[in-house]
Design a protein. Sequence first.
Length: 382
Amino acid sequence: MIKLPGMEAVWAALPEARMVGGAVRDMLAGREVADVDFASPLTPQEVMARARAAGLKAVPTGVEHGTVTLVAAGRGFEVTTLRRDVETDGRRALVAFTDDWREDAARRDFTINAMSCTQDGEIFDYFGGREDLRAGIVRFVGAARLRIAEDYLRILRFFRFFARYGQSGPDAAAVAAIAQEREGLRGLSAERVWSEVKKILAAPAPLAAVELMRETGVLGIVLPGAKPARLAALLARGAPVDPLLRVAALTDEDLAVRLRLSGAEAEMLAGWRGTLALRPEDDDAALRRALADVPVEVLTGRVWLWGGDGAGWAALRARLAAMERPVFAVQGRDLVALGVAAGPRMGEILALTRRWWLEGGCVADKAACLAWAGLMRGSARY
């Protein structure tokens, strides 16, 4: 049984509540559980009143949808009133509260996510989720097309859970429904799509899920031009679990706008698209020159993506990781101290001095660079 700090206080205030969703699934799968959500037949107002009477902080984080957050032992626990769908449009649902646990479970996406657990450890499993979890099957609750039509993001959620829990072949009904309903993905926001794609690619072994996305036509909608074979090559090299690196391997498409990447994500992806000028046989001076202009994370990503296989490439990545990034220490104010006035002349001397520093393997210290800059200042050219 899961025992996170604060859980006992929540259950003391809400003894009729049950732990639901991913926490139950991962507990049964023997996986680490970091967050716990609860469901309750009480209304949000009753939940908050009970919590406050027990000395817990209650925050109405999504009260219109039945969700409040209780804070216990410094940890937040979402508590959602049992619900049933009144109306859905493929993106959001209008819900009504209920006190029927099975009715609430019936609106969840997959059988493995539809289980609940009482305080004394009793599992309620209305749709065979426990057996599906043992068998490694990701199956929609009820009619797959209906579940998808309620929220088209469930198509991508299917692949996310298939990547992590699918131990046998995919559920045929799910695959057929996804192929039939895939166009609904075009109505989703880029942010929601990218959030799920990242979770799919964050799985330790996502290739089977990505191949299934291709077979069902989903991959071509969310990542046009994607090439799973390139992802397979990246995984075969033992690249780290990095969703952005994996999506860079999959496609050359400009994703910054399509998927609304953050500024940092877009910058990193653009850096990885650059030319890989390094080779395993390059000496340390060549590596220092490269590091002087390009951050090590960008260079290492390029090697993972565009380098080859074998011990030489692995050694190159290790050398980059171990090497301190050289920094050109001379700035404009240093040249002013040498008597160089600000302006184009200063810029040219600074650029020439840095080029000399690079050509020398980035080992000259500040004093040596300033001495060379002083020679430039005193040359006939200046």
